[in-house]
Design a binder for this molecule. Structure first.
Ligand code: MG
Length: 406
């Protein structure tokens, strides 16, 4: 368009319309520049288990949950979650993180998260969740829309067990719980090994594989408890059964060469990475072709943005990504949202996206978000932000009273 034509057209706009246009521009700028963090409330929670359960790392006596709510000047709310010893989190938030965040622009998420990361990495993950939800709500979007939209309306999950108890008949009890989950519609489960003598663990896993033959697939998680020789003893089981999903963290995770050896000798996918703290920590495993599946956890890396870049990293390397999500209900929901926005790993329509972990043990905090799988699938809700509400009454009922615990 010629300049003279342009001038003529702009002159044709009525003065009132011009004012309206200017007002709209100003409103957009106001949201961006003047919306700041006004208030942060913390919700530390604890639940003592009726009976301890565990894995190769030992028994759990309790479960905890730490959520916090960021509220902006105009009243937009976003929730974050992090995991650590509750006294550490409470003190860290009160003394450093909350004073730092108050008054900061809510849309400067990346910089704010980077600063908090220096003090407490897992708190940074929580802050990134809360500020992502706020950004989505401010724009009137769901979080998945903010991220560019969903590829799918449902995401598969697998039932995750802590197989060990202090009961004599721990193996019978484990099998009973696994069968119950499969009857409830889960087609995939994860069970533990590495915490008992090899023959006892082997007998347990074989019972489960036999019981689920034709009905369900089984991931076997050793929580980094073996060396290469001990891990290779599983060859005789893994060659006999074809309903094995993956072998998870057989070795300490820094033993990249050992992982590469197991990947060559064992006939099942090798998975790992739940405790790695960021994208760069995954690089040795990926560059060295040491695993078939990476398992980042939203709460263990430096935020939901970092987490999503790890998902993409997996795609770039042609390695599957099956999120670890055992430690929190909100972070698990974020893992599901991120998985719904991830491009398919395969053209096979029946399994185009990797499953997310779903804790099925005694843990009341799983119910803080009302969302339950049907036939092993979680259907994504609609609505601005997360599209779900957290149960505030329950948060008060389980609130940690400040009493020290081990
Ligand atoms: Mg694990």
């Amino acid at each position: 368009m010629k300049q003279t034509e342009q001038m003529e057209r702009s002159e044709q706009v009525e003065p009132d319309e011009q004012l309206e246009q200017v007002a709209q521009v100003e409103r957009v700028e106001w949201i961006g520049h003047n919306e700041y963090i006004e208030r942060i409330d913390t919700f530390p929670m604890i639940h003592r288990l009726k009976a301890p359960y565990g894995d190769a790392n030992g028994y759990k006596e309790y479960r905890t949950c730490f959520l916090f709510r960021i509220t902006t000047r105009s009243g937009v709310e976003g929730w974050g979650e992090c995991i650590d010893w509750l006294p550490t989190l409470e003190q860290g938030f009160r003394q450093r993180i909350i004073p730092f965040l108050l008054g900061k622009p809510v849309l400067d998420r990346m910089q704010l998260v980077k600063t908090v990361e220096k003090w407490h990495l897992r708190a940074a993950a929580g802050v990134s969740m809360a500020l992502t939800e706020i950004a989505a709500k401010m724009g009137g979007f769901s979080v998945t829309e903010l991220w560019g939209g969903k590829w799918r309306e449902q995401v598969p999950v697998y039932a995750s067990f802590q197989s060990y108890t202090d009961r004599e008949d721990w193996s019978d009890e484990s099998l009973r719980l696994v069968e119950k989950a499969v009857d409830a519609g889960y087609g995939m489960v994860k069970v533990k090994t590495g915490g008992k003598p090899f023959m006892e663990d082997e007998a347990h896993i074989v019972r489960i594989l036999r019981t689920l033959e034709g009905k369900g697939r089984v991931a076997v998680d050793a929580n980094q408890s073996y060396d290469v020789a001990e891990a290779e003893r599983w060859l005789r089981v893994f060659t006999r059964w074809d309903n094995i999903l993956w072998f998870e963290e057989p070795l300490p995770l820094d033993q990249t060469a050992g992982y590469r050896m197991l990947r060559e000798t064992l006939p099942v996918p090798i998975a790992g990475g739940e405790n790695l703290a960021g994208g760069s920590a995954f690089l040795p495993l990926l560059r060295e072709n040491a695993v078939d599946i990476i398992q980042p956890d939203v709460m263990h890396v430096k935020g939901i943005d970092e987490y999503r870049s790890i998902l993409e990293l997996g795609r770039y390397f042609g390695i599957r990504v099956s999120p670890h999500a055992y430690d929190g209900v909100l972070s698990r929901f974020y893992a599901i949202l991120a998985q719904s926005c991830l491009s398919p790993w395969s053209k096979m329509k029946e399994a185009d996206i990797e499953p997310v972990e779903w804790d099925v043990m005694e843990n009341p905090f799983n119910r803080l978000i009302l969302l339950s799988p049907e036939a092993g699938m979680v259907r994504l809700p609609d609505g601005p932000g997360l599209g779900v509400e957290l149960d505030l009454e329950m948060m008060e009922a389980f609130r940690w009273d400040g009493t020290p615990y081990a």
